[in-house]
Structures are given as C-alpha cells and as structure tokens.
Design a protein around this ligand. Structure first.
Ligand code: ZN
Length: 296
C-alpha cells in the first residue's frame, strides 16, 4: 500500500511542474527538447516527411493544444492552413496568436522576404517571407532565442536553465555548420538550383551558389513553359544539381532533368526523432552525403 502510494507520488512528481509544449513540426520539437530539457513535455504535431505548407489537420491536435502551456511554431504562414483552425477550436487563451505562450520561431530569424509584391491569388505560400530557415543550422540557432523566451515566460523560475541550454544548443548548431562548410567545400564553385525554396537558407549558410527555384510561384507547380525556361537558364549557368524534397513531384523533376540534362537529388526536408540530440546533425549529414555522392 505504502509502496504503491510512493510509486504514485513519484510518478506525479516526475510530471509535476513540467510545461506542456506543442511543437508544430519535428524541427521545432527538436529545438524545444534541447532548450526545455527535463522541464518540458513535448508533443510534435506534423509528422516528418510531409509538406508543412499543406499538412493534414488532425482532430487530436485540438486536444493537445487545449492542454498546452506553450505552442512553438515556425510562423511566417508555414502552418496556417492546418494549425490556425486547431488553435481556434482548442480555445486555450495561453497559446492563441500573440499571447504569452505563442512562440513563433520566425520572430528571431533574419527572414528572406518576398521579392515581389504579395499576391496570394497566385497561390504564393511564401507571402510573409521564406519560412524554411529550419533547414539551416545558424538560423535555427537564432530561432532558439524564441524558444528560450517563450519557455522563460511560462516558467520564469527555470529561465537560467533555459538560457544555458539555449547557449549549448547554439554551440552544437554552430559546430554542425562549421563541419558542413568543410564537408561541402569542394562544391562551393558549382551552381545549384532548388525545386521549391526549401534550401535557400541551407545553401546560403553552406556557401553554395543557387540560381533560384524551379517553381516560379512558391507552392504552385511549374508549367511546361516555366520548366523549359528554367532548364535553359540552368544549362546556360552550367548548373550541376537540382535539390528537391522527397515530397516534391518526381514527374516534374524527371521532366526538368530531361530538358536540362541537370541531375536532381531528393532529400528529406524533415528530421527524424526530435527527442534525440544527434538527429539534427544526422539529418544535415545525410543531405551533404546525398549531394556529394550525386556529384561524384
Ligand atoms: Zn515553402
């Protein structure tokens, strides 16, 4: 009896005082795990491998959000199509837009802004700037500041610990960046392009040249005329490789390759295992290796 009471007490003390944090994507979840440590329970919503612009809104997201102390998300409209309604339905004032528990990573990142005048009628999904900074380690280091601030607002008694863990995470990300620069050094005089602007920050941080994206409007499949135009430009620029996500349409990539004779590689645009410290590094290394082996 006493023993079972003790077990019960131990069980509740383990979860007692932990912040419930909902993370929109695995990359956001990884950052929250790193900075929150033992002080947080993390629930990641969108599964790895999906296109975050068009992820599925699942009913269980509402329950998770209704219990959340903090919601961490990329922002810049990335998750708007499936997350905003769930937040509304959860009716949890802590995590509503602009509230204390709303943690928007984009707010501490130097964002690539849209170059053209905003026109959502064209289907542009980057109307508030390019949200794919989570693929790049230095941008993620900056995004960590949003997480630290939000966790510290929710649990000020642990602010020092969050600051220390943020510092440690930042060092880890900077080390990954520096290793990537060395690993990809042989590619720095070559020209690349991307299918969707998933890799803009990634390529910039690793000093890779990019001639832009195959898509003309982010989120809209390129027309035959657009494919032909980019294929011509790619040949003129002597592009060596097009980088695409595993979820991008292979039929269009094959068509582009046929027109341009430029090969493509499809890589994961999500990390796996957000709770594991090493998963951001493994993800990045996997992409470096795929690029390097395609260009052997
Ligand atoms: Zn996008």
């Amino acid at each position: 009896m006493i023993f079972s009471f003790l077990l019960f007490a131990l069980g509740s003390s383990l979860s007692y005082g932990k912040l419930n944090v909902v993370a929109s994507t695995p990359e956001v979840g990884w950052l929250v795990h790193r900075i929150g440590g033992e002080r947080v329970n993390v629930r990641v919503l969108a599964p790895a491998g999906v296109n975050y612009h068009f992820a599925e809104a699942r009913p269980d997201y509402v329950l998770a959000l209704s219990r959340a102390d903090v919601l961490c998300r990329v922002g810049a409209e990335l998750e708007d199509a499936w997350l905003l309604k769930a937040v509304e339905r959860a009716a949890n004032s802590k995590v509503m837009e602009g509230q204390k528990g709303d943690c928007v990573l984009a707010s501490t990142v130097d964002m690539e802004k849209p170059t053209k005048k905003l026109d959502r009628t064209q289907g542009d999904v980057h109307g508030s700037g390019n949200p794919h900074f989570y693929m790049a380690p230095l941008a993620m280091s900056n995004a960590g500041n949003s997480v630290e601030q939000a966790l510290s607002r929710a649990a000020p008694e642990h602010a020092k610990e969050f600051a220390e863990r943020n510092e440690k995470t930042s060092s880890l990300l900077k080390a990954i960046h520096s290793d990537g620069l060395k690993r990809l050094a042989s590619l720095k005089d070559k020209m690349f392009l991307e299918y969707h602007k998933d890799f803009t920050y990634f390529m910039r941080e690793y000093s890779l040249n990019s001639m832009g994206s195959i898509e003309e409007v982010p989120g809209v499949s390129p027309s035959a005329a657009r494919l032909a135009l980019v294929a011509k430009r790619a040949m003129d620029s002597k592009a060596v490789l097009a980088i695409a996500s595993n979820h991008d349409p292979i039929s269009l990539l094959l068509k582009f390759q046929q027109l341009s004779q430029v090969p493509f590689v499809q890589v994961p645009t999500s990390l796996s295992s957000p709770s594991e410290e090493n998963s951001f590094r493994l993800w990045q290394e996997g992409i470096w290796n795929q690029m390097l082996s395609k260009l052997k």
